[in-house]
Design a protein around this ligand. Structure first.
Ligand SMILES: [Mn+2]
Length: 401
């Protein structure tokens, strides 16, 4: 017999003791819960980097006015605080004016302001600046992961590649040269696009510095592997060209979230011919996020030596990312994509790009904020799993300028 629900028999007034207890003290073990664990984890983090930054801010920006009680506050804003002030690099990381110094850091963010590969909405040439601007909102600490990027790694902003808006090929050469320089230095290259056409020159820049094999995990609604579009190597084509490289196999290309009404049949035909690995949102929903990450890792790493992540923000349902070149409903929820991203980055990366953030079409910076989140989520996962720097063994053909 089905028991009568308690609520239907309740009379007005305070609940009997037994019921009240159940409501206010649900039965769970706090030791197993992330929220409680994360509270404890913070205690183990250093504050050394933060203290150093505060001292540096005072040295650079002068001690604050006499009436300021907090003596760590300088007169001129320097470093993280306040979040609304300052001249923004990514996450207010040090700007490396001389790019020859980039190898002094564990990771280097570089902007690729380029939208000449766009076939619908432009505007991603403003992506790097949009992402940098809203990245000032973030602290370097993440609660759930229990990590602090300022304390546990070094990050710099190498500024932007000088792209040539009127010329795809010259821009691709500039981009590859910039990426290969950063990669050869030992710093992990993190590229802020830019439209998705930059995927090819970014991967090429890494691939030419190594004899090792590279797999790619690609988050997108679009398959992006046709040979040409509008007679050029547009943002619908990067994986055709990247998987033509001798050490980048299409068998190691994993494409997550592809689907909807914007997938050109030319691209589908090419993906089929080359045997890439495509998972739709339905597939992912069916098998779950953990299983998706497991499959992606297995396929991307099969006989490969490192994995590159290409994250197109349009892989997210367009309700969350209005500021993008080809918006499409039905993609990932942000938290789904971030979960998979964290899981796949946990095995280490040889490079990361986030593309298709178009600030002129954005609303309240939400798309640029998501782009920021992609970068910090991947870095955070690598730091948490001790995988930052794992790409260095691959650099056996460094470029030197
Ligand atoms: Mn796309």
């Amino acid at each position: 017999m089905r028991p009568t629900p308690i609520r239907s028999t309740r009379v007005a007034g305070p609940a009997p003791d037994r019921q009240r207890r159940r409501r206010h003290h649900p039965n769970f073990n706090v030791k197993d819960m992330q929220g409680w664990k994360a509270l404890e984890a913070e205690e183990g983090l250093s504050e050394h980097g933060w203290r150093k930054e505060q001292q540096w801010a005072l040295d650079m920006g002068l001690p604050g006015a006499d009436s300021i009680n907090d003596k760590s506050i300088p007169t001129f804003a320097r470093g993280e605080l306040p979040h609304f002030a300052g001249i923004n690099t990514f996450l207010k990381a040090p700007y490396v004016e001389n790019v020859r110094d980039v190898g002094k850091y564990d990771a280097a963010v570089m902007g690729i302001p380029f939208d000449s590969g766009t076939t619908y909405r432009p505007g991603t040439r403003f992506g790097p600046q949009g992402i940098r601007r809203i990245s000032a909102l973030y602290t370097p600490y993440n609660y759930e992961l229990g990590i602090d990027l300022r304390e546990q790694m070094t990050l710099c902003d190498a500024g932007d590649v000088f792209t040539i808006p009127a010329n795809l090929e010259k821009s691709f050469d500039q981009i590859s040269k910039g990426v290969s320089h950063v990669f050869s230095s030992g710093a992990l290259p993190v590229m802020l696009g830019g439209d998705h056409s930059i995927g090819f020159p970014c991967v090429r820049g890494i691939a030419e510095c190594t004899s090792k094999r590279i797999g790619i995990i690609h988050f997108d609604r679009h398959i992006d592997i046709q040979e040409k579009d509008l007679d050029e190597r547009m943002h619908t084509t990067p994986w055709y060209w990247a998987t033509n490289l001798p050490n980048v196999s299409p068998k190691n290309l994993v494409q997550l979230g592809i689907g909807g009404w914007q997938v050109p049949r030319y691209g589908v035909q090419e993906a089929r011919k080359r045997g890439t690995n495509v998972l739709t949102i339905d597939d992912i929903e069916k098998i779950g996020l953990e299983k998706t990450a497991e499959i992606a890792l297995e396929l991307a790493w099969k006989d490969a030596d490192a994995v590159y992540i290409s994250f197109d923000v349009d892989s997210i349902d367009c309700g969350f990312v209005p500021g993008t070149g080809w918006p499409e409903p039905g993609g990932f929820l942000p938290r789904e994509a971030l979960k998979i991203l964290g899981l796949v980055a946990a095995e280490g990366l040889c490079g990361l790009e986030v593309v298709e953030v178009s600030p002129p079409y954005d609303t309240s910076d939400i798309t640029a904020l998501f782009g920021t989140r992609v970068v910090v989520e991947a870095l955070g996962s690598m730091v948490a799993h001790g995988k930052l720097g794992s790409h260095k063994h691959m650099i056996d053909k460094p470029v030197s300028f």
